[in-house]
Design a protein. Structure first.
Lengths: 183, 295
């Protein structure tokens, strides 16, 4: 069977306008309803009513970002003060979130929502979120990146909380992990 | 109404190739939806709660989906509805499956971060459902489903481009922004895997020269800005393949996999209909003509 598109193409003359049939009219009606639904739901719900979205990802290109990561402290790191540092000075070793079955985006969002000062409900949420990490001492860091005026990227690690066993403790000031109760 | 003719022409004759292309599109959507709901079913029970409601979760408590038994039943019901939609058992099945899919989505993304990798499947499932309700004729239903999907895709991509331009204008495409995101993704990859990520060739290329990074961003923005051209048959294939290339670029530079978008765009743009029709014509030509005496 020859598709009709091919049969029509040799004729370059504009096709005479024909009135729309019922199928086309119905198509227009449903399409308009879908477009209204899209804009109606997205605009009344802050741009997000799945599957309708204004897709703002990466729109604010210069916006600094905040991510979360875990570091496992070795015995020699336990007395190091936990303070905001650059990428090369972060104590401990990287600890893979995949090992705890935690989603990177979710964790970053939880840290972002908690903000700079952890409230008791934030700690309760963390405690619920993280499984028992056993005898390890893990530090949850908020990682901030921003473009500097010379167009290089500055990345800083700020300790947020310490995880040991099933306990989550907020990092306040610049204590060492041992001062916070790590063995 | 040239636009309606471009997106949905009830007078065009149907062909085996067009049916094959429509089936490929439908199967891609069904496969993607079931993969999503089964994937979420494995992570939802360990989620701490519904913290930042979105979508229907603003009005409906979806915390029952954090219960493993309820969630499994919900997932199986959603997949059963997909099967009913594919086999045309119930006309509203696809729309009910969309409701099930929506509820799992809003439960899964209720911690504040909203993923956008499944929106395209939502668009396609909504289009299949709307076409199913609007038309009984299979040919019209297939064409309408693809037409509605193209309209929704075009709105989504264009809105994404408008968001970018509204923030920074064409300066959005400054390659330094891509460098900033690449560092963000490097932090994510290291955090997830526990080791420093290796840059691939494309990442090394965009990091080596900011003008190349700017070009990559500019190409992506152009793909989104011109997405409405997919309404027109002659441009459609190239616009959809351009968007596919954009998603592949995002995948290889920033490790963000919009695989559902890639598969749906390919199912709508690859020349499946033309290939199947050409093969069908060739088979018809080589088939021996039945002898009149034997009939």
């Amino acid at each position: 069977m020859v598709p009709e598109v091919e049969a029509r193409e040799p004729n370059n003359e504009p096709a005479p306008s024909v009135p729309l049939g019922p199928a086309e009219k119905r198509f227009i009606g449903v399409a308009l309803a879908l477009v209204l639904l899209y804009f109606g739901l997205a605009l009344t719900h802050g741009g997000e009513f799945w599957p309708f979205s204004r897709f703002p990802m990466f729109a604010n290109a210069r916006k600094p970002w905040l991510r979360a990561t875990l570091r496992e402290l070795r015995a020699e790191d336990l007395d190091t003060p936990l303070s905001e540092v650059g990428e090369r000075d972060v104590p401990g070793l990287r600890f893979p979130l995949a090992e705890l079955g935690i989603d990177q985006n979710d964790l970053s969002e939880v840290v972002k929502r908690a903000g700079d000062t952890l409230e008791p409900e934030d700690l309760a949420l963390f405690a619920q979120y993280f499984p028992d990490v056993g005898a390890r001492t893990l530090i949850l860091y908020g990682v901030r990146g921003r473009l500097r005026s010379d167009s290089t990227v500055r990345v800083r690690y700020r300790p947020v909380a310490m995880l040991h066993g099933e306990h989550v403790t907020a990092v306040v000031g610049t204590p060492s992990a041992r001062q916070m109760g790590a063995p | 109404m040239r636009l309606v003719e471009e997106l949905f022409d009830s007078e065009l004759p149907d062909s085996l190739g067009q049916r094959a292309q429509a089936l490929a599109f439908e199967l891609v959507v069904i496969y993607g939806v079931q993969a999503d709901v089964f994937g979420w079913a494995s992570t939802l029970p360990s989620q701490p709660g519904i913290i930042a409601p979105t979508g229907l979760a603003h009005y409906l408590d979806v915390s029952f989906l954090l219960n493993e038994r309820c969630l499994n039943l919900w997932t199986i019901a959603t997949c059963a509805l997909l099967a009913c939609g594919l086999l045309r058992v119930v006309r509203g099945a696809y729309l009910l499956a969309l409701l099930g899919y929506h509820c799992e989505f809003v439960a899964r993304y209720s911690l504040g971060k909203i993923g956008h990798a499944s929106n395209v499947l939502g668009f396609a499932l909504l289009s299949l459902g709307a076409a199913d309700l609007a038309y009984r004729d299979p040919t019209l239903r297939r064409r309408a489903a693809q037409g509605f999907t193209l309209i929704l895709l075009s709105i989504g991509y264009t809105w994404a481009a408008v968001c970018k331009l509204r923030m920074l204008g064409f300066a959005w495409a400054d390659g330094h922004h891509l460098w900033l995101w690449l560092r963000e993704k490097a932090v994510d990859a290291a955090s997830l895997l526990g080791r420093a990520p290796h840059n691939n060739k494309l990442q090394r290329l965009v990091l080596s020269n900011v003008h190349i990074a700017t070009l990559v961003l500019a190409l992506g923005l152009t793909s989104e800005l011109t997405s409405s051209l997919m309404f027109f048959r002659r441009a459609r294939r190239w616009v959809l393949l351009g968007l596919c290339a954009m998603h592949l670029g995002i995948l290889y530079t920033m490790d963000i996999a919009f695989m559902n978008n890639i598969y749906v765009l390919l199912s709508l743009s690859l020349p499946i209909a033309e290939v199947v029709d050409a093969l069908s014509r060739r088979i018809d030509r080589t088939r021996p003509i039945p002898d009149a005496n034997t009939t």
